[in-house]
Each structure stands twice: as structure tokens, then as C-alpha cells.
Design a protein around this ligand. Sequence first.
Ligand SMILES: Cc1cc2nc3c(=O)[nH]c(=O)nc-3n(C[C@H](O)[C@H](O)[C@H](O)COP(=O)(O)O)c2cc1C
Length: 160
Amino acid sequence: MRTLVVYYSRSGNTRKAAAKLRDALSCDILEIDDGVKRNGIIGYFRCAVHAIKKKAFPLEPMDKDPSGYDMVVLCTPIWAGTMSTPIRSFVSRFKHQIKRHSIVCAQGSVKEQKIFAPMKEIMGREADARIWISDRWWKDGSADGRITEFASEIKAGISS
Ligand SMILES: Cc1cc2nc3c(=O)[nH]c(=O)nc-3n(C[C@H](O)[C@H](O)[C@H](O)COP(=O)(O)O)c2cc1C
């Protein structure tokens, strides 16, 4: 079974989670970008406005094809309570090529954000597994263990 971890990260948390998951699953990883500038305070507001408006933009060229994988793990920061714009662009474009998917959210809150229903709406089906990693859990040291546990859940799901 082939697994691909796909992520977008503005400030590094989703990148960290995606890299740990890649190590735990011994699988391929793909960083996506749409070339939109999102640094600084203007970039912060741009993220929020684009997320609220459910914008999607063309993605920069990618060196991996999601259709060649049995499981795609979608890793996104939460912006204004929902998925980041590049991940929305990715799932909108590849929803018919992705066989099975799981979701990782990097977020400030420790509580579930409203991303899973909109993701299901785009993908047309439920994710196999899902997790959110609060920024606080990097600070208290519990993020690694949560990601390792999540990797086990994905592995068990893939082999069932
Ligand atoms: C524009 C913007 C909006 C955000 N909105 C939320 C939110 O609604 N809920 C939340 O829990 N975190 C929110 N966050 C916090 C990020 O999701 C969190 O810091 C995440 O770890 C960032 O991931 P990254 O470092 O990979 O970019 C927001 C961050 C940004 C930049």
C-alpha cells in the first residue's frame, strides 16, 4: 500500500506534523504551494479572507501524482475555522484521483474546528482517519505521541 503525505504550511507547524507522520509511516511526502504571498500581517489577513471566501488557486507544479497512492494524508493549517486555501485547491483538483484520504489539522485551538464537514463535502466521502494538533501540544511535548498514535491508526486502516 502506498501512502502520500501532502501538506501546506505557512509558519512551520503543519510541516513539522507532516514530517513526523512521513517518518512514522515511511512514506512519500509532498509540499504544495500556490505562489500566493502570505507572510506578515497583510499575508495573515489574506489567509483569513481567502479561507472565508473558499478561494482556490492553481497550484505550482508537483513532482508526485496523488492518483498513484492508496492513501493520501491531507495536512493543513486551520484558517478562520476551516482548511487552508492551498489544501482546498488541492482537494478540489484531485478529489476524483484520491482513493482514500485522512486529515491532519494544525491549529491554535485544542478543540475540533469546522473543517471535517466541508472536507467531506468536497471529497464526497468521509476521511478514514482525522486528527488535530494544537500549537499548545508542541509546547507541552504531547504532539509527537499523538502523531505516532495517528500513524498507527492509518496503518491499521490501510491493512484492514
Ligand atoms: C489567518 C489565520 C487564521 C487562523 N484561524 C484559526 C482558527 O480559526 N482556529 C484555530 O484553531 N487556529 C487558527 N489559526 C492558527 C493556525 O491554524 C495554527 O497556528 C497552525 O499551527 C499554523 O500552521 P502552520 O504553522 O503550518 O502554518 C489561524 C492562523 C492564521 C494564519
